[in-house]
Design a protein around this ligand. Structure first.
Ligand code: FAD
Length: 415
């Protein structure tokens, strides 16, 4: 029997995008997924840059049919200060909206559509081992839910296993992140008081304490996702188990208390911790890593699904060319562009936690052009070299922060 062209590990957004594109190119593809879908996964607020990829992979209509909450921007709240970014007001041309999704439903819609297009997907099937051969083909061992084993020969593997990190773990490619470890405590709540507060069409990020913030992601169903993120030292100061910590943190902030203090939880609060990770390299002989397996930074700017989809699109396109006989320069065609996007967001993540962005977001008399340029980064357009807040991401933020300091000193009343 002819070998499978591409084996995809994982049926999250990264896996579905890759499967759909490889299938569209007329190659044979199969997806193996450890869980039974729908399954819970965090990552509910998307960025407009995802939409281009969903469209290219012919998966946009399947998601539209789910009627998820539309998302038009991001609002940051610090006490009474507000910084509102609207995706219609961007420097880079692109999509001006996206969705806020329950990921179980979003991921199910994507993989259902992939299956409908004829791609076989094996759920509850876990990759346990892989052997690569000199011609770059491979033999993957999977275990099905009934305990039986199967070996799958493929010409190429796309590892889209997210937090499973299958190939980095099997081949010891894991590398620690240079970001500090953090923790999130989160739940879905029945947002009965929503109408008295903000419109549901954006993510709201609340500055809770220095280095501690809260996501508020309303869904179309009236349920809202609420999560508190901080470092381990911060959480160590809050007594109790995860539920007690969640309740204490909600009660400890006026906005959260008023909006969520008396509403039922849809599920008991859960925690996630120390999620930042990266790998030695994003590709090797016979495989490419996509999505969270490459690098996951931090949830603050909702960049996870955007990177999952964009990296999978780029990787799938390269694998297709490779299997059709072209030589691929993996470093320049794949690693460098993805790394450049990741590094841009890394500067923003670091500037968020060191207070630089807080100063920029809540400054008086903001320059509208700079706001549009930063808005494009927040929409996921981190490959537009015309945008100085992309091309010189770290330097531009530092300079702007210094300028704000100088302006504030000049405007201070003389003693
Ligand atoms: P996943 O969605 O994790 O899918 C990988 C799949 O691979 C899984 O279904 C898994 O079961 C399967 N798998 C794993 N191991 C194996 C194996 N051995 N064999 C077979 N299958 C396997 N991102 C956003 O865009 N917006 C947000 O608001 C956001 N919030 C976040 C909040 C927190 C606290 C954290 C930690 C992350 C957040 N993220 C967010 C990031 C987001 O969760 C991920 O970036 C996104 O899910 C990555 O998608 P993926 O397709 O790469 O992986």
């Amino acid at each position: 029997m002819k070998d499978l062209d591409v084996l995809i590990i994982g049926a999250g957004p990264a896996g579905s995008i890759a499967a759909s594109l490889v299938n569209q190119a007329g190659l044979t593809v199969r997806v193996v997924e450890r869980e039974l879908f729908p399954r819970f996964v965090i990552g509910e607020s998307m960025l407009p840059r995802c939409m281009e990829v969903l469209e290219d992979a012919q998966l946009l209509d399947a998601v539209k049919a789910c009627n998820f909450q539309q998302k038009f921007g991001a609002k940051f709240l610090n006490g009474t200060s507000i910084s509102d970014f609207n995706f219609t007001d961007q420097f880079t041309e692109g999509w001006t909206w996206t969705w806020q999704v329950t990921r179980a439903d979003f991921d199910l819609a994507l993989i259902n559509e992939v299956q409908r297009k004829g791609v076989p997907v094996d759920f509850q099937t876990t990759v346990t081992g892989i052997e690569f051969f000199p011609d770059e083909s491979s033999l993957t061992t999977v275990q099905h839910i009934d305990g039986s084993e199967e070996q799958i020969r493929a010409r190429y593997i796309i590892d889209a296993s997210g937090y499973g990190r299958v190939i980095p773990r099997l081949f010891k490619l894991d590398k620690p992140s240079n970001l500090d470890p953090r923790k999130a405590v989160f739940a879905h709540v029945e947002d009965r008081n929503r109408q008295k507060f903000d419109e549901p069409n954006r993510i709201i990020v609340v500055n809770y304490a220095p280095g501690v913030w809260v996501w508020i992601i309303p869904f179309a169903t009236g349920v809202t996702s609420v999560g508190i993120v901080g470092n381990f030292d911060f959480f160590a100061t809050i007594p109790g188990d995860t539920t007690e910590q969640f309740n204490a943190l909600v009660q400890g902030h006026p906005y959260l208390r008023e909006r969520f203090g008396d509403v039922p939880l849809v599920f008991s609060p859960r925690k996630l911790e120390a999620w930042s990770a990266t790998t030695e390299r994003f590709y090797g002989k016979g495989f490419v890593l996509t999505g969270n397996v490459t690098e996951f930074l931090d949830p603050i700017f909702s960049s996870g699904v955007m990177f999952a989809t964009v990296s999978s699109q780029l990787a799938a396109r390269a694998v297709i060319r490779k299997l059709k006989g072209e030589a691929i320069d993996w470093e320049n065609d794949y690693t460098k562009p993805i790394q450049q996007g990741v590094d841009t967001f890394r500067s923003y993540v670091m500037a968020w936690y060191d207070g630089t962005l807080e100063k920029i977001f809540y400054a008086q008399n903001q320059d509208p052009l700079i706001k549009r340029q930063i808005c494009s980064v927040l929409a996921g357009y981190v490959w537009d070299q015309e945008n100085p807040y992309v091309s010189d991401h770290a330097g531009a933020l530092k300079r702007l922060s210094k300028l704000i300091d100088v302006r504030e000193r000049i405007n201070q009343p003389q003693k």
